[in-house]
Design a protein around this ligand. Structure first.
Ligand SMILES: [Zn+2]
Length: 463
């Protein structure tokens, strides 16, 4: 084997990032080799600098050190920004003018996981890019050079940039739950710079996640935040995932605002400044999002699910705002177009602070739909795409439905719509159903289950 070559476990080379179990599928040696491989891509592309950050997991400092060693060995200058949320790394890439960025993070996964998120030349680095990285590491196809490191803490500049777009309004009482994730330190700095009263919980970075799992799309992880909102009579509560690129929001009555609902509220203020703008949501979003954006004079656009795909679609269409059900929110309006939950929080507080009505009232002003959460149906990896193809084929001969094929099938009928798509990252089919009433929802779930059974999978947990 060539010196430093390292065959990487293929299961950790995922669609949007690298992620594995530390010291099992993802070792320090793997990370060093991936650093050399990515450094070689940057150097061959004419680049000179890479920014590197890491999250609050216990394994992150040593994985960061190995990554930096690998990058330096290719001749690059490595800007080490230290511990912080993933969007702070994205900010550092812009702020320092780096050619690429690498973030050691396991996002919201259990404590024994870790991984790497990557940007290169201002674009997401994903899909085939990540496969290519794995091949370079396995072949030991590395550039050799003598680089160096520079320490570049950017937390103060980052917070300054976040605060810059805060628009004031009435002072609010806000509960914040950092989930012991990587955003804690920055959150403490940010909240001191905002008016109103701020109640912080789980803001101490702790990679064992003692309070709850740092994933705000799972409602039980928002229990503690809801309690604080009630006890402290807050106007709203805001939670972050483990690396601060996804947001969760609850209103003063403790009700969750899901990603698509949050996007409607943010879209209203963006469209006030940019009438007719394109606003993007992923294929799992409620019909309410598409109807409300159109009603407000915007152009709603449905995207495939996946944060890298959404970033690319934003760049192509010039959309100033996009979001996913998963809580990724991307602002290109006045900002850089990446997913930053802290920035989304600042913009949300501007909207709520500047409004005559509460966030709870904004939520109540939206049409009410009944819908399922994201339904996850186990399906063998080699079958997941063909099942969707089979369903699509059968629907061609079905009257009374329209099929959108943005990502899998989204099937609209009199009752509402249902979705079936193959997960990009797991051996899972993802479904969702939404209707105007319970009876309609039941019919949609029945139809989805019928289609799944015809292909020998399912039914959904609701079947
Ligand atoms: Zn995340």
């Amino acid at each position: 084997m060539i010196s430093g070559a390292r065959s990487i476990d293929p299961t950790i080379l995922r669609e949007y990032d690298i992620r594995g179990i530390v010291d099992a599928s993802l070792t320090t040696e793997d990370v060093r080799a991936l650093g050399r491989a990515f450094g070689s891509i940057v150097v061959r592309g004419g680049g000179k600098t890479v920014a590197v950050g890491y999250d609050g997991r216990t394994s992150s400092p040593r994985l960061e050190a190995a990554l930096v060693e690998g990058l330096v060995a290719t001749g690059l200058v490595v800007h080490r920004i230290g511990l912080g949320p993933t969007p702070m790394l994205y900010f550092a890439v812009h702020h320092l003018g780096a050619d690429g960025g690498m973030m050691i993070t396991g996002s919201h996964n259990p404590p024994d996981y870790n991984g790497i998120k990557i940007t290169f030349q201002g674009r997401p680095f994903f899909g085939e890019d990540i496969q290519h990285l794995g091949r370079l590491a396995a072949a030991g196809d590395f550039v050799a050079g003598a680089g160096r490191t520079e320490d570049h803490p950017v937390a103060e500049a980052y917070v300054e940039r976040l605060v810059q777009d805060f628009e004031g309004g009435k002072p609010l009482t806000v509960a914040w739950d950092a989930g012991n994730g990587a955003a804690g330190d920055v959150l403490r700095m940010l909240s001191k710079r905002l008016p109103g009263r701020h109640v912080l919980i789980n803001e101490v970075v702790d990679g064992t996640f003692p309070a709850h799992h740092p994933d705000p799309t799972v409602e039980e992880n928002l229990q503690q935040l809801k309690q604080v909102v009630a006890e402290q009579r807050c106007d709203l509560g805001i939670a972050f995932d483990g690396d601060g690129d996804r947001i969760g929001v609850v209103d003063a009555r403790g009700r969750v605002l899901w990603g698509d609902q949050l996007l409607v509220i943010l879209a209203e203020s963006v469209l006030a400044d940019l009438p007719g703008a394109t606003i993007i949501a992923d294929v799992k979003a409620s019909q309410v999002f598409f109807d409300e954006v159109a009603r407000m004079g915007g152009r709603p656009l449905m995207s495939r699910t996946g944060h890298s795909l959404i970033k690319n679609l934003m760049a192509e269409t010039g959309a100033p705002l996009a979001g996913e059900m998963s809580g990724h929110v991307f602002f290109a309006d006045r900002y850089y177009g990446y997913d930053d939950a802290l920035y989304a929080a600042v913009r949300l507080l501007s909207v709520v602070g500047g409004s005559d009505i509460s966030l709870a009232d904004m939520r109540d002003a939206m049409p009410v739909m009944v819908n399922t959460p994201e339904l996850r149906i186990d399906c063998p990896e080699e079958r997941k795409f063909s099942v969707v193809d089979e369903v699509r084929g059968r629907l061609k001969n079905t009257n009374g439905v329209t099929v959108q094929e943005v990502d899998g099938v989204r099937v609209a009928s009199e009752d509402g719509w249902w979705l079936l798509r193959a997960s990009n990252t797991q051996a899972v089919l993802v479904g969702r159903c939404e209707a105007a009433d319970d009876a309609g929802l039941r019919r949609l779930i029945t139809e989805l289950d019928r289609q799944l059974r015809l292909s020998g999978v399912g039914p959904t947990a609701f079947g």
